[in-house]
Design a protein around this ligand. Structure first.
Ligand code: PMP
Length: 388
C-alpha cells in the first residue's frame, strides 16, 4: 500500500509525497530514497539513452545459462564485487531477476524436489531465524505451492530437509548472521542485500552456493527492479533461469542497461583517477548512515522509552578501516511497561513502522526504515525524541 503522488502528465513519478512537520511519516517500507541526493550530484554518470529500435528482442546472450542477461550487466556485477570484495564471482553464474524478490522465488523453485520425484511427495520446508524479513513467509506461501511451504523460525525447526534463508546483515535487526542448520539434504540461500560498505564492515569475501543481491539496497535504485544471484551449481542456475522464463520470459533489458550503467558509475568513481571523491557512493552512504544512527541513538536516549540494538564493529577490508554497523533498518523496542504494541503507539504519533509481529518477533519491537529522504528522517527523529 505505498502511497504514490500523481505526476504531471508525461513527467516521471517521484515516489512518496513531500512531508511537512505535522505529516504522517511513513517508514514502514525500506524505500531507499536517501540515495536520490547522491545521484543528483553525479551529473550524467549514470544516465542512459535507449533509441526506439534497441532492446526489442527477448534475447540477450543465447550462449549463457541465463539467456536474458545483458552481458554489460554481467560485467559490471562482477567488476563491482571484485572492487568491494564482498562476494566471490569466479566460478559463479550471474543470474538477473526482477528485483532479488524474483530470484528468491526462483531459488525456492530450483531447490525444491521436483514433482513426481521420490522425494517430491511433501513440500520443502522454508525457514529462517527470527526475527526474519517479513516477505519471506509472505512470498513463500502466497501461491500455496505444493513444492515448498513456510515452516517458521530456523531455531525451532525439526527435520533435515529444508531451505534456510540467511539474511546478513539481517533485515530487520541488522545482525550479522550465519546458517544455524546443517544437514546433507538442507540448503542455505544467502540474502546479502545489505552486505555493502555503507551498512557494515566487509569482513570476508562471501562464497556461499547461492547469494542474492539487489540494486535496491546497494545503489538505492529500487524502482529499477533489478537483482542478481551468484550461483555456483550449473543445474541450480539452469532451474532458476527456467523459473524466470516461465514467470516473466526474462527481465526488462531497459532496466538491466540502466542498472549496468549505475553499477559502472559506482566502480568508475573508485577506479578512474580523474573522478571526484564526492562521487563515491559507499563513502557518501557510510557518512549518511553514521550521521543518521547517531541522531537516532540520541533521540532514543532523550525520550528514555526506546532501546536499540548494541552497536557492533569490524575491520572493513574495503575501506581498510574499522567500521561500525549502520543497519538500513532500526529495530526499535519500546520499553514503556504499558505499551504492548509499539507500532500502534507510534502510529498514534503519526509514525508508520512495521510491527515486530510481522517478523516472527515481539510486538514491543518495530522496524523503522533508515533510508528515507532527509526531510522525513529529520521529522521522525525529532518526533521520537519528544515521546515519553
Ligand atoms: N531481501 C531483503 C533482505 C530485503 O530487505 C529486500 C527489500 N526490502 C529484498 C530482498 C528485495 O529486494 P528487491 O527490491 O531487489 O526485490
Amino acid at each position: 500500500e505505498p502511497q504514490l503522488s500523481m505526476p504531471k502528465a508525461g513527467a516521471p513519478s517521484t515516489g512518496k509525497p513531500a512531508v511537512t512537520p505535522d505529516s504522517v511519516i511513513n517508514l514502514d517500507h525500506g524505500d531507499p530514497t536517501m540515495f536520490e541526493e547522491f545521484w543528483r550530484g553525479t551529473g550524467s554518470a549514470a544516465e542512459i539513452v535507449i533509441p526506439g529500435w534497441q532492446t526489442m528482442s527477448y534475447f540477450s546472450d543465447v550462449g549463457n545459462v541465463c539467456w536474458f542477461l545483458e552481458p554489460g550487466l554481467d560485467h559490471e556485477v562482477r567488476r563491482l564485487h571484485r572492487l568491494v570484495g564482498n562476494a566471490a564471482v569466479d566460478g559463479y553464474h550471474v543470474l538477473v531477476g526482477t528485483g532479488s524478490t524474483q530470484l528468491f522465488m526462483a531459488a525456492l523453485y530450483a531447490l525444491s524436489p521436483r514433482a513426481g520425484s521420490a522425494a517430491g511427495a511433501a513440500p520443502m520446508s522454508v525457514v529462517s531465524t527470527a526475527p526474519y524479513y517479513s516477505s519471506y513467509p509472505a512470498v513463500t506461501d502466497f501461491l500455496q505451492s505444493g513444492l515448498f511451504r513456510w515452516a517458521g523460525d530456523a531455531n525451532t525447526f525439526k527435520g533435515d530437509t529444508y531451505i534456510e534463508l540467511v539474511c546478513s546483515p539481517n533485515n530487520p535487526d541488522g545482525a550479522i548472521r550465519e546458517a544455524v542448520l546443517s544437514s546433507e539434504s538442507g540448503i542455505a540461500v544467502h540474502d546479502l542485500a545489505y552486505y555493502w560498505p555503507q551498512y557494515t564492515a566487509i569482513t570476508k569475501r562471501a562464497d556461499h552456493d547461492i547469494m542474492l543481491f539487489t540494486v535496491s539496497k546497494s545503489t538505492g535504485h529500487a524502482g529499477t527492479r533489478i537483482g542478481w544471484a551468484l550461483v555456483k551449481d550449473r543445474d541450480v542456475a539452469k532451474r532458476m533461469t527456467k523459473f524466470i522464463e516461465l514467470n516473466t520470459i526474462g527481465v526488462s533489458k531497459d532496466s538491466q542497461l540502466r542498472a549496468a550503467k549505475v553499477l559502472r558509475a559506482v566502480s568508475d568513481a573508485y577506479e578512474l583517477p580523474e573522478m571526484k571523491e564526492a562521487h563515491r557512493l559507499f563513502d557518501y552512504g557510510r557518512r549518511k548512515m553514521v550521521e543518521r544512527w547517531s541522531m537516532l541513538r540520541e533521540a532514543a536516549a532523550a525520550s528514555g522509552i526506546f532501546s536499540l540494538p548494541e552497536e557492533t564493529s569490524g575491520f572493513c577490508n574495503f575501506t581498510k578501516e574499522m567500521a561500525v554497523t549502520n543497519p538500513a533498518f532500526a529495530w526499535l523496542r519500546c520499553d514503556r511497561e504499558d505499551v504492548e504494541d509499539c507500532a500502534s503507539f507510534l502510529r498514534g504519533h503519526k509514525i508508520l513502522t512495521r510491527s515486530g509481529s510481522q517478523f516472527g518477533a515481539d510486538p514491543r519491537y518495530v522496524r523503522v526504515s533508515m533510508l528515507d529522504r532527509d526531510d522525513a528522517y529529520d521529522i521522525f527523529v525529532k518526533r521520537l525524541s519528544s515521546l515519553q
